[in-house]
Design a protein around this ligand. Structure first.
Ligand code: HEM
Ligand code: HEM
Length: 192
């Protein structure tokens, strides 16, 4: 059977899947991203003297640094296990996916690093889930804080835009293109 006939017969079959580790890291990172944002919004809405604010800030920083560690692990894993080829994508779709994925990775690194610079720039402690203090490696200066704050503030808008586009693209692939793209990030179904 020719490749075209096989594709026509199974239009929704995935063309290949990310490894289980890449899938796990993707979905855990996505869930933590939602958590870190909710914590940020709660944190920003609490007055400075609120007794729970310090806990929310500590959780925001800890979840954010966890995202940083997972992103470094993802990129290392990706270097050894490249994504599966996407045979049914048009050239422009592949280019758009590649650009948006690298921009997402950039934001996944820039947000926690800039958050860290804000804390270090003010000499504020970062107790990782209350278990240990993350070392502050930069001098506590206004310049460091300002770089961190600028990137952190602007980065959140880049993040909202990219994630909205990313989810819209996933919906488009599922509902309109029906090309199995979402399946690439989901475990293989067993059974008939
Ligand atoms: C993926 C990771 C992260 C995301 C998406 C994120 C997102 C945000 C957002 C949306 C805000 C509210 C900004 C505003 O409305 O002004 C915020 C504030 C803040 N974040 Fe993060 N953050 C992350 C990681 C971190 C980390 C790792 C740290 C520190 C170690 C940190 C420290 C802070 C601080 C100190 C603020 C308060 C800024 C202020 O209002 O003075 N963040 N973050
Ligand atoms: C409902 C939410 C989400 C859905 C349905 C979704 C779906 C997907 C799918 C299907 C892929 C594989 C695309 C391909 O075949 O090339 C993918 C890749 C990716 N997603 Fe998501 N995603 C979601 C949330 C997120 C979030 C919140 C982030 C990060 C902020 C994110 C970051 C990424 C990155 C960086 C890749 C590229 C993986 C690689 O090639 O190494 N995703 N996503």
């Amino acid at each position: 059977m020719s490749t075209e006939v096989m594709i026509a017969a199974a239009p929704r079959a995935a063309t290949g899947r990310y490894t289980a580790a890449a899938q796990g890291l993707h979905w855990v990172s996505a869930a933590l991203m939602l958590a870190v944002l909710v914590l940020a919004w709660v944190m920003e809405s609490l007055p400075n003297n609120d007794s729970t604010r310090a806990t929310v800030v500590m959780l925001h920083k800890s979840v954010g640094l966890t995202i940083l560690a997972l992103t470094v692990a993802r990129l290392a894993w990706r270097a050894i296990h490249p994504p599966p080829p996407a045979a049914r994508w048009a050239a422009w779709e592949a280019a758009a996916a590649m650009a948006s994925h690298w921009l997402l990775y950039l934001v996944l690194l820039a947000m926690p690093i800039s958050g860290y610079l804000m804390s270090a720039g003010r000499g504020r402690a970062i107790p990782y889930f209350g278990l240990f203090e993350v070392p502050l490696l930069t001098p506590a200066t206004d310049a460091i804080w300002r770089i961190g704050a600028t990137v952190h503030w602007a980065g959140q808008w880049a993040l909202y835009t990219l994630v909205a586009l990313h989810i819209a693209a996933a919906v488009w692939h599922v509902a309109i293109r029906r090309d199995g793209t979402l399946d690439r990030m989901l475990p293989e179904q067993s059974g008939p």
